[in-house]
Design a protein around this ligand. Structure first.
Ligand SMILES: [Zn+2]
Length: 110
């Protein structure tokens, strides 16, 4: 399987477009490169049983399971809704992401 190119990055705010969490939004915690998946804060929660260990009492914890990148759309901070993005190369060679709707640059969150 060929890896898809994503313009999504860690800490981006995205909306889920399909599945049980459709319409929910959250921040990307982690991009799983090579798998075309990402984990998003508060999205696709699954219950995991943990065994008691030195640092925890054990029990059930909710963790974010990964979701396929094609199910996510970047939320434009200006439009405040999921948008399609395009790329623009600046004069200094820097590549930026641009909202196709309002044409504003969407900065990378650190
Ligand atoms: Zn926009």
């Amino acid at each position: 399987m060929k890896a898809i190119k994503t313009s999504l990055c860690k800490n981006d705010r995205v909306m889920v477009m399909t599945g049980k969490d459709k319409g929910k939004s959250g921040k990307i915690i982690e991009i799983l490169h090579g798998k075309d998946r990402a984990r998003v804060e508060g999205i696709n929660l699954v219950k995991r049983h943990t065994k008691p260990g030195p640092n925890s009492k054990g029990g059930i914890v909710e963790v974010e399971a990964s979701i396929h990148l094609s199910n996510l759309m970047l939320i434009c901070p200006k439009c405040a809704e999921p948008v399609r993005i395009s790329h623009k190369v600046l004069d200094d060679g820097k590549k930026i992401r641009v909202c196709k709707k309002c044409s504003d640059a969407i900065p990378l969150e650190k």
